[in-house]
Design a protein around this ligand. Structure first.
Ligand code: ATP
Ligand code: MG
Length: 187
């Protein structure tokens, strides 16, 4: 029988928190799009929200950026493309650090109720950003600011800090059979 989302165990005592941290990780499709789905909910509640993209270039006209702007979400793109396309790793590292300076500001300012750090795990994996610093700053964020981090191979201390962690597992992906990324589906 399938596992239905019933409560077969007693719930822990109720706990109220000002904000939560989410991590969407794993090798399957859906990490960023799940974060953008939560942005839709936040927009419906009138929450000031923003996205900081760590790895995608502003030159990429991604569909989610266009939709987010229509929802009134601030969209910050600083990356210069995925590293395997970059001919200058130092430049990618510098841009990731620039994205982090911006992220650090929006995490602490309290002006946003939801901040999405899209693909933030990659600069941690490559060592461009210090993972402990990033995790500490997320922990010390403004009390009312919810945070969603996306990207593969989430750092253990980021997973520890987060309240809700979801691992998207790749069962299969069209890309593996030669289908290239598609407008309206992948971007
Ligand atoms: P999406 O933005 O579609 O939710 P994602 O954030 O989970 O994807 P990323 O690792 O950020 O995945 O990869 C971004 C791009 O790679 C997207 O175009 C996505 O469709 C594609 N992709 C995601 N998972 C896989 C996979 N397992 N194999 C090949 N391509 C993938
Ligand atoms: Mg993604």
């Amino acid at each position: 029988m399938t596992d239905l989302p019933t409560h077969d165990r007693p719930l822990p005592p109720r706990r109220d928190v000002d904000s939560l941290v989410f991590v969407n990780t794993g090798d399957g499709k859906g990490k960023s799009t799940a974060a953008f789905g939560m942005l839709m909910r936040a927009a419906a509640r009138g929450w000031p929200s923003c996205v900081v993209q760590f790895m995608k270039s502003g030159r990429w006209r991604v569909g989610e950026a266009e939709s987010a702007r229509r929802l009134g979400v601030d969209w910050f793109t600083h990356g210069d493309g995925f590293t395997w396309e970059s001919d200058d790793l130092d430049r990618s590292a510098g841009i990731a650090r620039e994205a982090w300076r911006l992220a650090d500001r929006v995490l602490t300012s309290g002006e946003y109720r939801l901040v999405v750090l899209d693909e933030v795990t990659y600069p941690l994996t490559y060592g461009w950003l210090d993972a402990e610093t990033v995790v500490a700053r997320i922990r010390e964020r403004a009390a009312s600011t919810n945070v969603i981090c996306t990207g593969r191979n989430a750092h253990a201390s980021l997973v520890d800090l987060a309240d809700t962690v979801t691992e998207m597992r790749n069962v299969k992906h069209a890309h593996a059979t030669g289908v290239r990324a598609r407008r309206g589906i992948d971007y």
